[in-house]
Design a protein around this ligand. Structure first.
Ligand SMILES: [Ca+2]
Ligand SMILES: [Ca+2]
Length: 92
């Protein structure tokens, strides 16, 4: 699956499930959690024009329990962040 997130205005909407499925491709160590490093790899691959700082910010906002890893529920927080701050279109 190829998802390009860089153009919010010309992209078809992405569903929440699609987004999570896409994100989980970057779960390198297969623990079902997305680490900071894995998140950065995902952002790079999506061609999101996103600074390292932004990805840190996204992680901080999404990581509810502060363990530096995103579980399933926290990935949904990341979706909200991407929608509100990055202008991505994701439909539930
Ligand atoms: Ca992982
Ligand atoms: Ca967490």
């Amino acid at each position: 699956m190829t998802i390009v997130l860089k153009c919010a205005h010309c992209q078809p909407s992405l569903s929440l499930e699609d987004f999570k499925r896409w994100l989980k491709q970057f779960d390198r160590n297969g623990d079902g959690l997305i680490s900071k490093r894995e998140l950065r790899a995902a952002m790079r691959s999506a061609s999101v024009r996103l600074s390292w700082f932004k990805s840190q910010e996204g992680m901080r906002e999404a990581d509810a329990n502060g363990d530096g890893l995103l579980d399933d529920e926290e990935m949904e927080n990341l979706v909200a962040f991407a929608q509100n701050r990055l202008g991505m279109k994701i439909v539930a």
